[in-house]
Design a protein around this ligand. Structure first.
Ligand code: HEM
Length: 128
């Protein structure tokens, strides 16, 4: 079931979205350190590959209703010290920018809305 109602959103472009986004994340001076300290500097290493697969499953669940994702989205963020509203704001700006490089405005709006809603939820639950 395609819960996004956008036929242009599919597994292939979600995989591209995730890879392109984290390729930008590790170049971002503010965001990179949070990821590098857990996953390392090389996006091609095993830990990064697991993260990219997990995040691809996550967005396939959100956008397409696929059920491979079995994680807990909030969990790892509870242990990251130093994140604040500003960090989330940079994350959101970069994610939305990446979305714009792949999707038409109407399909992109789906990812922008979802990511903003989830980030807002994280900020509330993390008490930031
Ligand atoms: C300040 C912003 C953020 C930072 C620094 C951050 C960082 C991280 C890190 C370090 C991990 C753990 C990687 C690992 O151990 O494999 C992670 C996992 C994850 N992140 Fe974020 N993240 C941020 C925002 C978001 C947002 C806004 C979303 C969703 C829209 C998101 C979705 C996820 C998901 C789904 C996971 C995997 C959870 C699981 O274990 O199942 N993150 N993130």
């Amino acid at each position: 079931m395609n819960t996004s109602l956008h036929k242009s959103i599919n597994e292939e472009n979600i995989a591209l979205l995730v890879r392109r986004f984290y390729t930008e994340v590790i170049k971002d001076p503010l965001l990179a350190p949070f990821f590098i300290q857990i996953l390392g500097e090389d996006i091609h290493n095993e830990k990064w590959e697991e993260h990219l697969i997990l995040l691809t499953e996550f967005w396939k669940f959100v956008a397409l209703g696929y059920d491979e994702y079995k994680g807990n989205p909030l969990r790892p963020h509870l242990d990251i010290s130093g994140i604040n509203r500003g960090t989330f704001s940079v994350w959101i700006t970069l994610f939305h920018h990446t979305v714009d490089t792949i999707y038409t405005p109407s399909a992109g709006e789906f990812f922008k809305q979802k990511s903003t809603d989830i980030a807002t939820n994280f900020i509330r639950k993390l008490d930031l």
